[in-house]
Design a protein around this ligand. Structure first.
Ligand code: HEC
Length: 130
């Protein structure tokens, strides 16, 4: 056997020995099979009152809250609410929370919410939270 062959075969043997010592690798886990993403536009229409329940925790019951940190939504002109929410959704308007909230709402949802909040009196003297 010529020296090159000896070198090659010993390298090969070493390589194989190395392979044997390597801990067995688990096959890559398949991606988790979650439910498919929801196409918001294909969901049946939801009325503004029902949707507004999801906002109440932060913006007050019926869109009124007495807080320096949270904004009341009652009486907000519909076009303003829709525009603001779309700006949150695209990131044009920076936000901590609202970007996430807005991404879960379709344009149709925004219209329904806006129509609902626009009709509520800004300050009914009750319903606002302390
Ligand atoms: C978990 C709390 C939370 C929830 C739920 C929430 N918001 Fe907000 N909202 C915020 C915060 C905080 C801001 C200030 C912007 C930011 O940092 O995200 C804000 C800002 C806004 C503004 C801008 C007000 C202004 O003129 O400055 C609008 C409009 C708004 N929210 C609408 C909604 C609507 C509609 C819903 C329900 C679909 C909703 N929010 C649900 C916390 C919340």
């Amino acid at each position: 056997m010529d020296p090159t062959r000896i070198l090659l075969s010993s390298l090969l043997a070493l390589g194989m020995a190395g392979c044997h010592k390597a801990p067995p690798k688990a096959p890559p886990a398949p991606p988790p099979a979650g439910p498919p993403a929801v196409d918001l536009a294909k969901l049946p229409p939801v009325d503004g009152v029902s949707l507004a329940h999801t906002c109440a925790g932060c913006h007050g019951t019926e869109g009124r809250i007495k807080s320096a940190a949270f904004v009341s939504l009652a009486g907000l002109p519909a076009a303003d609410l829709v525009r603001t929410m779309k700006d949150f959704r695209t990131g044009k308007r920076p936000s901590t929370l609202m970007g996430h909230v807005a991404k879960g709402l379709s344009d149709r949802d925004l219209e329904a919410l806006a129509a609902y909040f626009a009709k509520l009196p800004k300050d009914a003297g009750k319903g606002g939270q302390p």
